[in-house]
Design a protein around this ligand. Structure first.
Ligand SMILES: [Zn+2]
Length: 235
């Protein structure tokens, strides 16, 4: 169906890069705008969680993601505990309204030797910061067009964070940009086209890389202690 989206790729796995799901609307019900957005973006069908013990070959990838989750959540202004991470089937990656991140086992296996791709996708999910949407308390029914516009901006915001995060981690944005163009099978009203998303990520990366480089040169000691890359985690 044209309007029914399966979060993060759904059972078919690779249809939808990290995407929203339209809920079935209940007639006459008006919910807060923030809740509507949360429902559409993060309230979709959750992919089945799988046991990491069955995927010993993904241990290195899981360890890498956990290491970066700490740095990325700090960079986003959140605590890493707000982003529990699980392995799942039938998704690339998705985040739910509570902040739980589902990382797809097939995606991890296929891109396991591309840290920049894994970190970029994780950063995109954390960049959504889904919990903060509950702060919007206006009660009004959004039109489909309004909702699609919000979704596009929300995705662009997550992509911007991914670009900035990859710059801070000194990783290239190109593998993630390449992934988006490979995944794009048809245009989605809730997303900008892969080409535009690639430009958003590249621009954000470039601007942030410049800033991070300046900081490293000017304030090397401070940078070593406080930059997102060097963040050692909370004790
Ligand atoms: Zn997204």
């Amino acid at each position: 169906m044209a309007t029914q989206r399966v979060g993060g790729g759904g059972p078919s796995g690779l249809l939808n890069p990290f995407g929203p799901t339209w809920p079935k609307s209940k007639p006459g019900e008006v919910v807060e705008v923030g809740k509507q957005v949360q429902q559409v973006l993060f309230g979709g069908i959750k992919p089945p969680i799988v046991d990491p013990a069955h995927y010993p070959m993904l241990a290195a990838q899981i360890a890498l993601l956990k290491k970066y989750r700490s740095k990325l959540s700090t960079m986003a202004g959140d605590d890493e505990d707000e982003y529990p991470m699980v392995l799942a089937d039938g998704t690339i990656a998705m985040i739910d309204a509570e902040g739980r991140i589902y990382m797809g086992v097939r995606f991890l296996a296929e891109h396991g030797d591309e840290p920049a791709t894994l970190v970029g996708v994780l950063a995109h999910e954390i960049g959504h910061r889904p919990k903060r949407w509950s702060q919007y308390r206006i009660e009004r029914e959004l039109s489909r067009e309004e909702m699609q516009a919000i979704c596009r901006e929300e995705e662009a915001k997550a992509d911007t964070f991914a670009g900035m995060a990859l710059a801070e981690m000194e990783l290239s944005p190109e593998p993630m940009i390449e992934l988006l163009s490979v995944l794009e099978e048809r245009p989605h009203p809730e997303y900008f086209p892969a080409k535009v998303r690639g430009e958003i990520i590249r621009d954000a990366h470039q601007a942030r890389a410049f800033r991070a480089e300046f900081r490293r040169k000017m304030f090397p000691h401070l940078d070593r202690m406080t930059s997102p890359k060097n963040h050692l985690g909370d004790f």
